[in-house]
Design a protein around this ligand. Structure first.
Ligand code: XIL
Length: 478
């Protein structure tokens, strides 16, 4: 989905107008006309068009409740070419009751954006905040399954329509570089990679981002913690395409000149970098220009989103951190526009196209439809059964899901085993503990999903090298 053309065309009209005017003054001759047309090529007059000169976007958070405010929509429609729903695609908004999805307000933001020629970032699928009450009270395998189900439900609704999803938001602790404690984290350290694998299978066209705050300063432990996770994901083939730097700058978390190092270091891991929620306490024009210039300096920094249109729209309105005050452009606006224009079309080697071929291990453009589950084992009275299905496959690899079902009494610990028919090897496994060797696979329950009520199910999944296969499985209870 590429909607650059519309705003670009609209924004170029004034330039053609200036050239035509020069031409109309033809008595002055071609040289004058040429002279007048040159500065017209040098500057764009809105943030989105100025950013588009180097293939980047400039976006804003949009709130559905403000779409009736014409000052707000006039500025937003004119200036930005990317939109993030400020709250409307979060978990509490999209799945207020378990398994009852609601896209009313998410769609209002989405439709406004697309009708105005803008692309949309999705925010956010897995987060410890803004969880609906039912999710807050879940834990263990029930929460893990609910997270997977939520990702699948929301991404299916917006499939093929979202430029990039913030798959996981704010999973790292402030201060020590480790994971933040949360109900999601307590389901097992692999929850983040499970979220990303689920997301890739659900919408292979969307870029998949990890998004966080206080990962802007390269020397901070939290930045290094996220950096190491992304490095590990890339090394192990966990599908991740981008890192979102929220970049909420204030006196406690100020902009630092090593920001450019942070951006280029993440980019060097083979991911895009997006500045996703920019606001700067006091809106210093110099700091805004520095942020823009740091992004422009790194080819894989592909866009900037500010977290709101006017100061009054900001979640931190007392900080007056944005680019507009009422209907007026602030000095920070001019600084940003000038920085984008100074870069012009030649700043960077061609940035990635809107939906880039993923640098992560290949995922087929259209995932193969799930193969019908193999017969598996028939549930023995008091025992368990297991079935396997192929979720996705690509040349040289595939992703499978195994459903483990308890028989007519509950199970407290299970083991699933099978023999690979063609030398397949597992590259990553989640919601289970892998053992066995060579062709003989043995997977036991993870610490959190060993207990299955009578007749109920749990699942584990994996990615593997080789040709997709659905061997018959043996399930035994502990
Ligand atoms: C904020 C919104 O701006 C507020 O309206 C809401 O009350 C709370 O969330 N990090 C994020 C954003 O990822 O989703 C948060 O947005 C700001 C911090």
């Amino acid at each position: 989905m590429d909607s650059n053309a519309t705003p670009l065309d609209r924004l170029r009209r004034p330039r053609r107008g200036r050239v035509l005017l020069a031409g109309a003054l033809g008595v002055l001759g071609a040289i004058t006309a040429l002279t007048v047309s040159v500065p017209a090529d040098a500057a764009e007059s809105t943030l989105g068009a100025a950013a588009a000169q180097s293939g980047r976007y400039f976006g804003t958070a949009i709130s559905a409740g403000k779409l009736g405010d014409s000052q707000y929509t006039t500025i937003a429609a004119r200036e930005f070419n990317m939109v993030t729903a400020e709250n409307e695609m979060k978990i509490d908004a999209t799945e207020p009751n378990q398994n009852q999805f609601n896209f009313t307000n998410g769609d209002r933001v989405y439709n406004w954006a697309v009708q105005n020629g803008k692309r949309v970032r999705g925010h956010t699928l897995a987060w410890h905040q803004q969880q609906p009450g039912w999710m807050q009270s879940l834990s263990g395998s029930a929460l893990r399954q609910a997270m997977i189900n939520h990702i699948n439900g929301v991404m299916a609704h917006y499939k093929g329509k979202i430029y990039a999803w913030d798959v996981v938001n704010e999973a790292f602790d402030d201060g020590n570089g480790g994971r933040r404690d949360s109900n999601l984290q307590r389901t097992g350290n692999d929850w983040i990679e499970v979220a990303f694998r689920t997301a890739r299978a659900a919408d292979p066209a969307a870029k998949l981002c990890y998004n966080d705050y206080n990962i802007d300063n390269w020397t901070w432990a939290k930045t290094q913690g996220v950096y190491n996770m992304v490095k590990d994901f890339k090394a192990r083939g966990v599908p991740i395409d981008c890192v979102g730097l929220q970049s909420h700058f204030n006196s406690g978390s100020p902009y630092n000149s090593n920001y450019r190092t942070t951006i280029s270091s993440f980019a060097a891991l083979g991911v895009d970098v997006q500045i996703t929620e920019l606001d700067i306490q006091g809106a210093s024009p110099t700091t805004y220009a520095n942020v823009v210039n740091d992004c422009l300096a790194v080819p894989r920094c592909n866009g900037i989103t500010v977290w709101g249109v006017r100061d009054q729209d900001s979640w931190r309105s007392g900080d007056t951190p944005l680019l507009f005050s009422g209907g007026n452009k602030k000095p920070a606006y001019d600084a940003v526009l000038n920085a984008l224009n100074a870069a012009g079309p030649n700043t960077s080697p061609s940035p990635t196209p809107p939906v880039s071929p993923s640098p992560t291990p290949p995922v087929s453009p259209s995932p193969t439809p799930p193969v019908s589950p193999s017969p598996g084992t028939s549930p023995e009275p008091g025992g368990c059964s297991a079935t396997i299905s192929t979720v996705n496959s690509w040349p040289g690899g595939f992703q499978s899901e195994v459903t483990v079902k308890a028989g007519n009494s509950s199970v407290n610990g299970w083991t699933v085993s099978w023999t690979w028919p063609g030398g397949q090897t597992i590259s990553s496994l989640w919601n289970g503990t892998q053992s066995g060797s060579g062709s003989n696979m043995v997977v036991r329950n993870a610490p959190y999903n060993g207990s299955i009520a009578a007749g109920a199910t749990t699942t584990f999944g994996f990615t593997a090298n080789g040709s997709a296969a659905t061997p018959s499985l043996t399930c035994t209870r502990a």
